[in-house]
Design a protein around this ligand. Sequence first.
Ligand code: ZN
Length: 183
Amino acid sequence: MSDDVTFPGDKIAIIEEYESGKNTFDDGHNVRSTVIGTTEIDKKNRIVQVRNSKLLSVPQINDIVIGTVAAVMSSMMAISIDYINNKPINSHVECICPTRNLRKKSVALVNDIVVLKIINHLNGTIHATINEPELGVLFTKCKKCGGHVIQMRDAIKCTDCNWIDDRKLSKNFGKSDFVKLGE
Ligand SMILES: [Zn+2]
């Protein structure tokens, strides 16, 4: 399987070279995809088609996503999405989430598991919010020692080294059944 992910409207071949196959259309010059999927080129029959993968999906506005924090910057963070509305995905779609108006020193750390809501798609970037009670960190570790942490009001405390830190916690923090795996 190739990593060549196409989106609806993406140009995948020129019609002089390939005919339009499954999940594609011919716009008069190019063959374009009609779905999100992976391109398959049949060189022998000169047909290009797109395999529509159920596992490749892009979250829509108001979808609830669960992901792993990939990077933390001063005013936003980037999250690699693992679940959309509780369904696992493997397309490694990323979204960004602004954090500057949360007044927290550490909204989340890299590798924390967070739950977010998608708010819009802007210039090809998926934007999410963390600023609702059920949204926020679901799983985190101690910044100092990597130890287990417990919730103390809206902060967390390490059970190993007693370090207290802040996070934007989800009200579901500490509930390990936040996703039913394999569903
Ligand atoms: Zn610690």
